[in-house]
Design a protein. Sequence first.
Length: 467
Amino acid sequence: MQITSHGAAGFVTGSCHLVDTGSSRLLVDCGMYQGSKSLNRLNYEPFAFDPESIDFVINTHAHIDHCGLLPKLVKHGFNGTIYASPPTADLLPIMLSDSAYIQEKDTEHENRRRLRKGLEPRQPLYTEEDVEKTVSLIQVINYNDSMQAAPGVTFRLRDAGHVIGSSIVELFVENKEADETKTVFSGDLGQWDVPIIEDPTFILNSDYVFVESTYGDRVHQKVLPRKEELLRQITRTCGRGGKLLIPCFALERTQELLYVLSALKNEAPDFPPVNIYLDSPLAIKITEVFKKHPDIYDEEARARTDQPFDFPGLVCTPSVEESRQVNQLDGPAIVIAGSGMCNAGRIRHHLKHGIWDPRNTVLFVGYQAPGTLGRILLDGAEEVKMMGSEFVVKAEIAKIGSFSAHADKDELTNWLTNFKEKPKTVFLIHGEPDTLETFSANLTSLGFNTKIAEKDKPLFKEADGWK
Ligand SMILES: [Zn+2]
């Protein structure tokens, strides 16, 4: 058996791990590179393997950096099965169609630039047609069920507690000694005690482990999305007749917010009688997936007798016309719109209509990367440029703590030390170089044998041990 990380090796995105068992070849994830221009460029390079030679893919979850190149894989000849948990299988068509739309729009924009420079136009990475073909290859597999996907190759998905449907993969490959070698791929691991979804599953044994290391060098401050602070922002803003504008990520963060808002509406007598507009077609579709899978909620979410994603006062506005009407509303309201860092999406229209109005509040509930409009606002800009115009910032800019979707150093370490017997090797993937080094040193000090995976460099297994 040979495993090669073709992405998320030495950096965070583009998760793609090729397992060659000798008799079959499979991928764990086929994600898109995201972030800097040089990373984005990698998406356009040919795969380092022949897509036609891959028998099947196991997709850990629906974040684009784990699934975003599946349509490219299909476009270039892959025709096998794509296995995914039921919520992931429901999310993939939504996330991939959105991605295809972005690819096509970006290419149109890029080609206008190339045309002016006398360069040949570029093809989009993939189109909606490729997405449709990809979706037709998906096969659902429930958590904890065993699936024999090829002779001598069996796998099982376990809840990774990261986003709805996210999975850890346990892969069992028969070896020459008529025994089996077990390899675990952590996928992205979530934090413990977050709303709605279960905690990550502890795995008790494995020969080899591939573990994500995104926050392998830091400990998150444990901040709950503070209900009291959220309520305070709502009552203050609505009390002065303003709108509370919440830029939000469509997958998981929006649903956490709705979950808290619906509870507040029930519990807090001073919750104002205002509408909550969910103004993001993507988040609306994703919320439908959450509503469809209450079976995998955690105990607290299952115990709720109300509908946390469908409650009086929640108004979904999928169409552009409905969104425009929300823009033009005068009077108190709560508006949730994407994108989470204000770089694109409908939130920019809401900001255009409301950032200059001191009655309004822009409330950030997630991380704002340097350089994004969200970060610029949080850093206290007095004027911002959007859609070619200058706007004075008079709205209040606020932020409340919320969960990170990733386990931190302590949680990752705890997950690994919970193995009954230490794995022979722990391969570190999905992290920035410094983080990987720090996390590796930490694990080594605890007695783990670690190796930082390098992009496109095979990790060989020879007889009974890895070279
Ligand atoms: Zn993820």
